[in-house]
Design a binder for this molecule. Structure first.
Ligand code: XIL
Length: 363
């Protein structure tokens, strides 16, 4: 009995002496990367507080906007690498797992990309060549430096059918394998991903499982699927989310939580299609002066449930990335209704970690 007590005492002292995790990334060390999207102010260093938080708490980064085609490749023969270069340098200086977002996407698509000088769609041959040039130029520039890419973003709809994007209109389903083929040829060591929102929808889930299998059958490299996880207080259910996570993992590839945020505001749109907007109404923006205690408690409890779900599946979940650093940075303040005040990220407007994170940090 005495020996048992002594053992218990020693264990207790050892536990209390063990260094507590310094940053969020340390709390999840050995489980998955903890990532964030970087905006232009963080990339250029103008947001000094934001940069401090990123260095302390995150070990993976993704560019929020500066690698989308309209920014990085605004005209056919014009590339704008300034911010993307800085973004990659920042990741390298801080030893981070760097993600390129995104190579092929219908939204924030450079205006010239799919059209000829008469404003008509280009031919399949021309579009394939343009996709190849775009992918090859970017991936060659950052070869061995950017570790993984969202190759195709948001290609499948809620019912499992393909989104009718210019890529699909011109090339049909083949645009996806073509993008993966070009990407792998450009940097054979880079990880390649599919990425989308609303992944808990059964139709979209099945559509992606089918697509992953098709890519695999054709011998194309696909490392992971990105579940964006723009979630709300009332959607989706944890069970639906887990069902999709397991269905994706069942294909043998990894799962990444790629754009995590949880809106604390009334839901107006269940998806994340950035071209859908809704009208401002005061009752849809109820927390201008701060989040009431009970809503904050609900938000934190649900975020913890999600994080615990990611931990439960950390054998297949290799990265958890938040879509921004602190609440003031979040795109959700401006979408789907401009001018709202939302509370969806891991750090609040005073740059303090949200309460649910402290439960991991204080372990
Ligand atoms: C968002 C950015 O956060 C905003 O700054 C921009 O105005 C619109 O796009 N799905 C994606 C991301 O894959 O690229 C989107 O990012 C959010 C939805």
């Amino acid at each position: 009995m005495k020996r048992l007590l002594t053992f218990a005492a020693v264990a207790l002292i050892a536990a209390s002496c063990a260094p507590k995790p310094q940053g969020v990334k340390d709390a999840f060390e050995g489980k998955f990367y903890i990532g964030t999207a970087l905006n232009a102010w963080e990339i250029t260093g103008a947001d000094t507080t934001g940069v401090e938080i990123v260095k302390k708490h995150f070990n993976s980064i993704v560019a929020e906007n500066c690698m989308k085609s309209e920014e990085i490749h605004p005209e056919e023969n014009v590339y704008n690498f300034e911010l993307a270069d800085k973004f990659v340098e920042f990741g390298e200086e801080n030893d981070m797992f760097i993600i390129g977002h995104c190579l092929v996407w219908h939204s924030q698509l450079a205006k010239w990309f799919a059209y000829d000088e008469n404003g008509e769609y280009v031919t399949p041959v021309v579009l394939k060549q343009r996709m190849k040039d775009h992918i090859t130029t970017i991936m060659t520039r950052y070869k061995g430096r950017i570790h993984g890419y969202d190759v195709v973003n948001e290609a499948i709809l809620e019912d499992g059918s393909y989104r009718k994007s210019p890529f699909y209109d011109i090339l049909g389903e083949e645009f996806i394998p073509w993008a993966f083929e070009c990407a792998h040829a450009a940097d054979p060591d880079a990880e390649l991903y599919l990425n989308d929102y609303g992944m808990s929808d059964p139709g979209r889930r099945d559509g992606y499982v089918k697509l992953i299998k098709q890519l695999q059958e054709r011998g194309l490299r696909i490392d992971a699927i990105g579940m964006q996880a723009h979630v709300g207080l009332d959607y989706p259910t944890l069970e639906q989310f887990e069902e999709s996570l397991l269905a994706f993992a069942g294909t043998g590839i990894n799962v990444m939580i790629t754009e995590w945020d949880m809106s604390a505001l009334p839901t107006v749109n269940m998806g994340a299609n950035v071209s859908d907007w809704a009208e401002y109404r005061k009752q849809l923006d109820p927390y201008k002066d701060g989040l009431p205690e009970e809503v904050s408690a609900q938000w934190n409890a649900r975020m913890k449930e999600f994080m615990d779900l990611f931990l439960k599946h950390s054998d297949v979940v290799t990265r958890v990335t938040a879509w921004g650093v602190s609440d003031e940075d979040s795109w959700k303040n401006g979408w789907p209704i401009p001018g709202r005040t939302d509370y969806c990220l891991l750090f609040d407007r005073n740059h303090e970690p949200k309460p649910f994170l402290n439960e991991y940090l204080n372990k």
